[in-house]
Design a protein around this ligand. Sequence first.
Ligand SMILES: [Zn+2]
Length: 107
Amino acid sequence: MGIKLHLSASTPAKSIFVFFCPACKYMHPVHVPDWHWDHSMTHPTFSPSLLVPSPIRCHSFIRNGSIQYLGDCEHALKNQIVEIPDWDEGTAVRFRPEDEGKEVVNV
Ligand SMILES: [Zn+2]
């Protein structure tokens, strides 16, 4: 397993990491320390769960480098556990800047 996370933005008070969600086919941001992070770039665990409410509801636990999609997801990978794709510039190209700062709720 390689690097799963990309540091998208950082200030002394906050870091925003993104990872590629294979269900939504774009990046989801995770704000630290709003979320607890275990400081692993290769097998990251975040808590609590990550909820992206729109355009397609995507609710997951990120644990040990994998995405555990919960049953209330509105996409085909709900109830499945999928390894986070390794970060590369190819996935970065698919990042839609308009998704940056989209409402994400920790629950
Ligand atoms: Zn997603």
